[in-house]
Design a protein around this ligand. Sequence first.
Ligand SMILES: [Mg+2]
Length: 255
Amino acid sequence: MAPLIIFDLDGTLAESKQSLTSEMADLLSRLIDQTCVAVISGGALSQFLKQVVTQLQNGVNLSNLYLLPTSGAAFYEFQNSDWKKIYEERFSEKEAHTIETAIRAAAEETDLIDFSKPAWGERIEYRGGQVTLSALGQQAPPSLKKEWDPDHTKRKMLQAEIAERLPEFSVGIGGATSIDVTKRGVDKAYGVRKLCERLHISEPDALYVGDELESGGNDEAIYKTSVQTRSVKDPLETAQLIELLLARIAQKAIF
Ligand SMILES: [Mg+2]
């Protein structure tokens, strides 16, 4: 049984930007009471609290839960009844402006996003340690997000155009319609390494669960670490995996 299980959020624990289902919340709460659990994703802390933390069962042992928003650019743990920031690799206002300018230029060059047309919420969001471009807007319905770029072609084009303009930053594919820009070298692998160091857990002992571990997917950076990986296709498969892990824990308790 891994002493640390790290989950991607969107597409793994929940549908994009949606809250955990009550079944998932129940399973995750039970897992958190048994072992260290971390969630790492492109969203901001507020998104983690809304989608995950507030859905968990009352009385769950939150000191076993670690949150790494903005793809690992920030790290929070639960201390004295509150989420305490351990680090955050923040952008300055000037850097955020440079990034936004590059994103708009890349969108125009690729002709993939028309900023003059209305979107579902903000298209460019500044999240402290990360600037995120969401092609359809942050609040676009999950079904529309899924059908926008099923084969990653559009995101790869945008990623390449933005990266060319921002050689001093890391530019990665985020969710189904998004591109994340972070400080150079700051990605999910960076966050996972920091997490393992802080918990004194060797990387091969930890397990990472994500829905986009394939090439070009937003969990791919994890392969730079030596944590174990488990690919899932959706939250239903993640739920089955958690059930299996809980059953293993229960068996150990019996024998
Ligand atoms: Mg995902």
